[in-house]
Design a protein around this ligand. Sequence first.
Ligand code: ADP
Ligand code: ZN
Ligand code: MG
Length: 486
Amino acid sequence: MTIAYEAVIGLETHIQLNTLTKIFCSCKADSWEDEPNTNICPVCTGLPGVLPVLNEKVVEKAVLLAAAMQANIQDLSFFDRKNYFYPDLPKGYQISQYDHSLATGGFLDVPVPASSDTGSDAYVRQVRIHKLHIEEDAGKTKKEKDRRYVDFNRCGVPLVEMVTEPDLRSAEEAGQYLIRLRQLLRWLGISEADMEKGNLRCDANVSIREKGSTVLNTKTEIKNVNSIDAVKDAIRKEIERQIKEVEKGNTIKPWTLDWDDNAGVLRMMRSKETEADYRYFHEPDLLPLVISPAWQARILEGLPELPLARRKRFMEEFKIPEYDADILTTERDLADYFEETARLYGGDAKKISNWLMNDVLRMRNDLGKSMQELNLTPAYLTELVKLTDDGKINSTIAKHLLQKVQESGKAPYTLVEELGLAVVSDDGAIRSVCEKIIAANPAEVQSYRDGKQSLMGWFVGQVMREMRGKADPQITQRVLKEILDK
Ligand code: ADP
Ligand code: ZN
Ligand code: MG
């Protein structure tokens, strides 16, 4: 008999908050593009005789995230020193929060799409949050030839560490969790959440068990995964490895594994250190962190409607399919743009959704702009869709007009006038072109009159070509019929 296994996965993420300054000093926080060691001071490099001062924006952003996940925000929490030696940590300790962290509990709902590989339907995995705390980042080391360099720019950059319960059951679910977390962080405007840049980092804890069992077996921890695909690949490989080990009768050791993205393999880094090794104690240079009800209330005023709630509302209020609502809520900018346009338009919002998903998003991506930066504003898009509704322009012209509005920043009405894009529905103008085409094609006229009715489409096409696509097709057909059937 073969045993069916399931994976048990918990993720620990480090989120770099997008504050202007670091967590305990006024050095610039984002030094992604700066020269090494240019954004440092005595506080973040741990010189003697200086004191840290907590950046309240860090607390506010972390509280916003905790609230978005309905976590319990602690009115009293503490900072602790996590002591260890490493060249990128000049103080010899990291200021973190250990046993009294900013928030505990809460959850993130993670929609998992249907899979044709496994044949499973779409479902929602609720991932519980174990805890959430704030801490400072360490610096970076770099190896070049036989030398090692340290860069302290990143020392003291604010991080939120968020630890999930072991609620994820597959590599795919872990990937979807990160996609939804990234969406939420950007939505709240608290982090760039770009894994490639390292402002969203993830360690994955993995174990396996017999399907249906509730035990938690020994886990391994995978470090150094810096893209969502890498997280999924690494977890998949590790699940396979553990199953093989167990089937051979071996036990799983609590290793820490390093993911080598180029080689696509996991390497053992070390056997796990225990928490006692860090000699945690309360940070004596900082007061306990008190979040008063008034402060918390003020922060929570900034909590927007969240992505999944907005997705649901879009489906109900604007009667658009889930697929559309999901795409339109990937980013808050886009959701705002859609909602504003759909309201201005007032008609079938699915039309607006189609325009956005098919044309506007592609245009925006090609231009590398944000929705807010487009010349094609919600008001202009509304105007353009109404022009097609009224039959003033046809759909081919509308797509052309879309580009022109973006290029010129002029209103669709104005451009239709200026560029002569309006559909010609003037009977007389169309009639004279029809007569010209009929006179020029006696053979086709004869076979049409002899019964080859299908030639009507060809005649309409000729008139359209002559009028550069702007003839009203209904009127064209009626006029042609009148003349030909005479
Ligand atoms: P550690 O002692 O290694 O710090 P924690 O209990 O703090 O372990 O959990 C760290 C992470 O590992 C959490 O995300 C948690 O959900 C996950 N985790 C805990 N036990 C398991 C397990 N048996 N299998 C997979 N993940 C687990
Ligand atoms: Zn500093
Ligand atoms: Mg732990």
